[in-house]
Design a protein around this ligand. Structure first.
Ligand code: COA
Length: 343
């Protein structure tokens, strides 16, 4: 991966730009770049810029870990053969956290055409390089105007509020189930087990947030494909909070189930459970939960109707209704954004 750093001045917000050509092994089964690969690249750029910022002054050395990703929309597909340009910029710092905004562009290097494929906002927290359990203070960012700082503070307060809800949601458990009847929740429910090895980890020997998101997207994609039997793509991921570090040598169980289907999209819940194999079973824990929205695409790239999810239990019904609520809220937000842009 080529990494161009524009400035090394410690207190000035110097963007990070990373570029990489998209190869066939970055593709999903539809032939486009895997949503998980893009999430991983976004997270890597965020980890570089936030760790650099946190070490920009004399003081305790630290490594920034991913604490949260805001809702991320996949605007257009990235194609194999294109160059992905990932640029990251720090937009706010609180006492102990760093907000990073990342833009991903796909470039067709045969004709020079570029377009934005993703925008994401991530929050990192620096942990001491000597003691992974100790959160380190973040050097304050220099803002270009008081308004910029105020806008950042509002985003910080909003995500803090949202986090307490997600802590409750993190109590979800996806129990193994099999159902041979197509279009039921049990029919498409899927999981994968992964041993967290050295190449998955940060300098602290804990699982990288980007690797976790890639595995989560993989499972969500399997659920979507099992349900639809067509080519499917990630449309968006709801905000994800990473409340727990996952150590090298842990075994993670990544499970996904269909929650809601609308006309042309579907919502899949993905849960990551951690089994610290070298510790007692009581130390197994629930780590991350996220909602992925997928769309099924026909050969001409247009969205296909989604088979309606067959609901069989009261719990499934409750989750379906909650999914519908999230779907309606996201739709209203998108419509609001489009209206604002047109004004
Ligand atoms: N999103 C954004 N910021 C968060 C956060 C989240 N989910 N959780 C905590 N923070 C911020 C807090 O706001 C605080 O900053 P502030 O003082 O400026 O407001 C800072 O983190 C420290 O909070 P604190 O309560 O002291 O720490 P904590 O015990 O909540 O630990 C983490 C925070 C991020 C270190 C901890 O949750 C963790 O280790 N998470 C896993 C990180 C990781 O391994 N990521 C990859 C997972 S695969």
């Amino acid at each position: 991966m080529e990494c161009a750093v524009r400035s090394r001045h410690p207190t000035v917000n110097c963007p990070v730009a990373v570029s990489r050509i998209m190869r066939p092994d970055d593709a999903n089964i539809a032939g486009n770049v895997h949503g998980g690969t893009i999430l991983k690249m976004i997270e890597e750029a965020g980890a570089i810029i936030s760790t650099r910022h946190c070490n920009s002054q004399n003081g305790e050395r630290s490594v920034a870990v991913l604490a949260r990703v805001e809702r991320t929309d996949f605007l257009t597909p990235m194609l194999i053969g294109e160059v992905a340009h990932v640029s990251a910029e720090i937009t706010y710092t609180s006492k102990h956290s760093v907000e990073v905004q990342v833009t991903v562009m796909g470039e067709n290097i045969l004709n020079g055409v570029k377009r934005v494929t993703n925008r994401a906002t991530l929050w990192y927290v620096p942990l001491s390089a000597d003691n992974v359990h100790s959160v380190v203070k973040v050097p304050p960012l220099q803002y270009s105007s008081p308004e910029q700082e105020e806008e950042g503070r509002k985003r910080y307060e909003a995500q803090k509020l949202n986090r307490s809800e997600s802590k409750q949601r993190n109590a979800t458990i996806i129990f193994p189930t099999i159902n041979v009847e197509p279009c039921t929740v049990g029919y498409s429910q899927s999981s994968l087990i992964h041993l967290v090895g050295p190449s998955d980890c940060t300098l602290h020997n804990f699982l990288q947030g980007g690797v976790t998101m890639k595995l989560m997207d993989e499972v969500a994609g399997i659920v979507a494909a099992r349900h639809c039997k067509t080519n499917i793509v990630t449309a968006s991921v709801d905000a994800i909070n990473f409340h727990q570090k996952i150590e090298k040598g842990s075994v993670i169980n990544v499970s996904g189930r269909m929650i809601f289907t609308s006309n042309k999209s579907m919502e899949i819940e993905v849960v990551v459970d951690v089994d610290h194999v070298l510790k007692s079973p009581q130390e197994s824990a629930h780590s991350v939960t996220a909602f992925f929205t997928y769309v099924s695409l026909g050969k001409d790239g247009t969205a296909l109707p989604i088979p309606t999810l067959k609901i069989e239990t009261e719990d499934e019904k409750k989750r379906f209704e909650e999914g519908r609520e999230r779907y309606l809220q996201a739709k209203a937000r998108r419509t609001g954004e489009v209206t604002k842009k047109c004004q």
